[in-house]
Design a protein around this ligand. Sequence first.
Ligand code: GLC
Length: 540
Amino acid sequence: MAQQKLWWQHGIIYQIYPRSFHDTNADGIGDLPGIIQHLDYLQDLGVDGIWLSPINPSPDRDFGYDVSDYNAIDPKFGTMQDFDTLLTEAHQRGIHIILDLVLNHTSDLHPWFQESLKSRENPYHDWYLWHDPAPDGDYPNNWISIFGGPAWEYNRELNQYYYHMFTPQQPDLNWRNPQVRQEMLDIFRFWLDRGVDGFRLDVFNEYFKDKDFRNNPRKPGIHLLPFDRYEHIYDTSQPEMFPLLKEIRGIVDSYPERYVVGETFLADAVHARLYIGPDLLHAGFDYGYAKSPWGARSFGNAIAFWDALHGEEAWPNYFLNNHDTPRSSVRYVTGENDARLKLLAGMHLTVRGTPYLYYGEEIGMRDTRYRRRELQDPVGKRYWPLNKGRDGCRSPMQWDASPHAGFSSAQPWLRSNPDYPQRNVQAQSEDPHSLYHFYKQLIQLRRENPALYAGALDLLPLENELVLVYKRTAAEQQALIALNFSNREQEVSVPAPEAKVPENESQAWQLLFAGNDLVNSTFSEGNVHLPPYGVAILIA
Ligand code: GLC
């Protein structure tokens, strides 16, 4: 592993859902000037990069994940000039910008799709996955959309179906068409030339489908959702993705210090790892950690597994939250107490890998509960009440106790969580014991200590089912982290640090963080006391 400090590897990346961060023009929707206004806040928090959920023009059937122009900024978010200002201002603060590229599908209102609808002979027709009906007029095959129903939508004029993995308003592109491929690769160049630092590739392993459109085999067992009744071997993860990723990486690497992280779709961790490498993706996401049940053993196993999969050749990343899943504050906590979130932060910011934070995580924002008639997300609208959709984790950022949480002076696109008068950035910055200060202190420690941002990871055998202990070892420093997953006090025995030079065998640890507080005391070996949900960080 290179010794050079790389921003995407050793730093922290903060995901912003732009609709929900800060609205400056009173239309109820967040915007780029709103992000610019808070760059000082993000710099002070200590983040190295921002991943922006899509900001391209979109009819918002899936809120930006249905793009109608890849080389422009949606006017509801601002102008290209605002974007350039955001880049410049972020870079001045040492903050990198990562764009979300949604290249598997476009919006049905994208001019390419509108053209492709005109006739079978139209030059854009083959840009999408059109297929004749089966001889009996039925769907071309048994593929299902993950957002519900068959993945094929019929068009009477053309007497053909088109394929969509997501909503019918998100037709999948035909990546086997050389013009599509060229056009897509030019999108990377367009944004790299403007100065962006990297990309998050939305459902990238979905780009190619089986060229013969074979039926997916049935999966054994009983599954509630039709989508889950099939093995998705023909509608996702085709081998053509590997040469394409190499080409993408070649483009990205022709610019200095750029980064590309992929969202693998429907793949397990082992499979997701296959796409990461020196000539593939820099990193990829996996839900194993975020979906871990509460507990030292299960989180330890999730970390050990993902870490080992990466080995020394690759760098893991970790997220507890994103725009697609209920927040950790409601997955692991009932009520308002933040003790468990502090413990999770202690883990998240000390594992080997790039920690991703999701806006509002640093103040423990809770999911907002919306009534059915308030729903915006197509997933919630379709599956209510089985699945209430993803609006809950997308509610407006809670800046202060003023109306609409200081997010907007108008009614926001999604109602603010009613807890905002108590839970907001301003209140927590004034309280030294808040979750916000906890995150800030840990981020600071991570930034200052090479063992924490760069060290190898070794889990220590569990002596106590309730406490997770691991070591981080860098060339110049070692760290030991102990995390108490229980609501009772625990003691953990800490071995002496490993001697770095033989003649200096009795080195001592420095205890940097104990329980809930920054401390600075020396500690040779013996028992460390952990209060309920307490964190200890020692370095030597
Ligand atoms: C990804 C996005 C999700 C979106 C889907 C379709 O999974 O994270 O929000 O709905 O792709 O683009």
